[in-house]
Design a protein around this ligand. Structure first.
Ligand code: NAD
Length: 283
């Protein structure tokens, strides 16, 4: 039976570390500040935004909330981002996705100053990750690396398979595993013989967005299985991309849903905001 990787516990440790660092910055007169922008009132987005604000409060950051109406124009949103880019007291800018259909997510993401792009979605930060330069890294994959490291799971030389190639999870995940000297394969919706490839993995990351898709047949005996998916299933119960019960029988380590990768995403957002404030301090 697999050992559970406790994302709740590890994310709490990280938040404590951030809290300490934020208190030190406060003594130097710096209050780490995150601007959170939400357009419209998508209920799931409101929950995410609420959790981000709560986390800021917990670690001693200031959060500035911009709750804009659904009909906000792209120009208005870009103007707000422009203002926040110019404010020395704002360290991070986060625009909650998805945005209403009349607004281009790409234009909005690229309008955020790369120095305040604490989500790590800007093309400059994505590029920096690819070539091994310092920059903001997308929070969910960064959180997965922390989960592995803090559980004492080595990545160097391991066969790592990532299912999913999105810009916010799959691709940065592959880049990070490669940076840690893993041997990385990325699978996606056009991959042939998926189970044959995933069954080679020492570390398997499932980020395909399909509830309980990854069953025991996709997993090698003793593999480490990281479940990124979040779905609301029957009876409103949360589940991931991995069929937890069957896979836990075969894996050596597994992340649960909820309580695995999810809490790490917000913890790493706090880490990125702190990093931004420290960079600002250096000038
Ligand atoms: P996405 O829809 O943008 O990308 C899914 C990827 O999976 C695509 O690259 C696609 O090619 C691949 N894919 C789809 N079906 C496949 C199949 N049958 N076989 C192989 N590959 C397949 O999704 P995303 O934004 O990367 O998110 C993935 C999942 O992670 C979702 O469930 C999402 O809700 C969740 N998520 C969780 C967090 C968190 O904090 N825990 C953060 C982001 C996303």
């Amino acid at each position: 039976m697999a050992e559970i990787i406790d994302g709740k516990k590890i994310s709490a440790q990280i938040k404590e570390e951030v809290k300490e660092e934020a208190a030190k910055l406060k003594k130097d007169g710096i209050t780490v500040t995150l601007a959170v922008i939400q357009v419209g009132q998508d209920p799931a987005s409101s929950v995410y935004v609420g959790n981000k604000k709560k986390a800021c409060e917990y670690v001693g950051f200031r959060s500035l909330a911009y709750e804009l109406p659904q009909e906000t124009s792209q120009e208005e949103l870009l103007n707000l981002i422009g203002d926040l880019n110019g404010r020395a007291d704002v360290n991070g800018i986060l625009v909650q996705l998805p945005l209403p259909g009349h607004i281009s997510e790409e234009k909005v993401i690229q309008a955020i100053s790369p120095d305040k792009d604490v989500d790590g979605f800007h093309v400059q930060n994505a590029g920096r990750l690819t070539v091994g330069m310092e920059g903001f890294v997308s929070c969910t994959p960064a959180g997965i690396i922390e989960l592995l490291k803090r559980t004492g799971i080595g990545i160097c030389g391991k066969e790592c398979v990532v299912i999913g190639r999105s810009n916010i999870v799959g691709k940065p995940m592959a880049a990070l595993l490669l940076r840690e000297n893993g041997t990385v394969t990325v699978c996606h919706s056009r991959t042939k013989n998926l189970a044959e490839i995933t069954a080679r993995a020492d570390i398997l990351v499932a980020a395909l967005g399909k509830p309980k898709f990854v069953t025991a047949k996709y997993v090698k005996e003793g593999a480490v299985v990281i479940d990124v998916g979040i779905h609301r299933g029957e009876n409103n119960k949360l589940c991931g991309d991995v069929d937890f019960d069957s896979v836990a029988e075969k894996a050596s380590y597994i992340t649960p849903v909820p309580g695995g990768v999810g809490p790490m995403t917000i913890a790493m957002l706090m880490v990125n905001c702190l990093q931004s404030a420290k960079m600002g301090k250096k000038g």
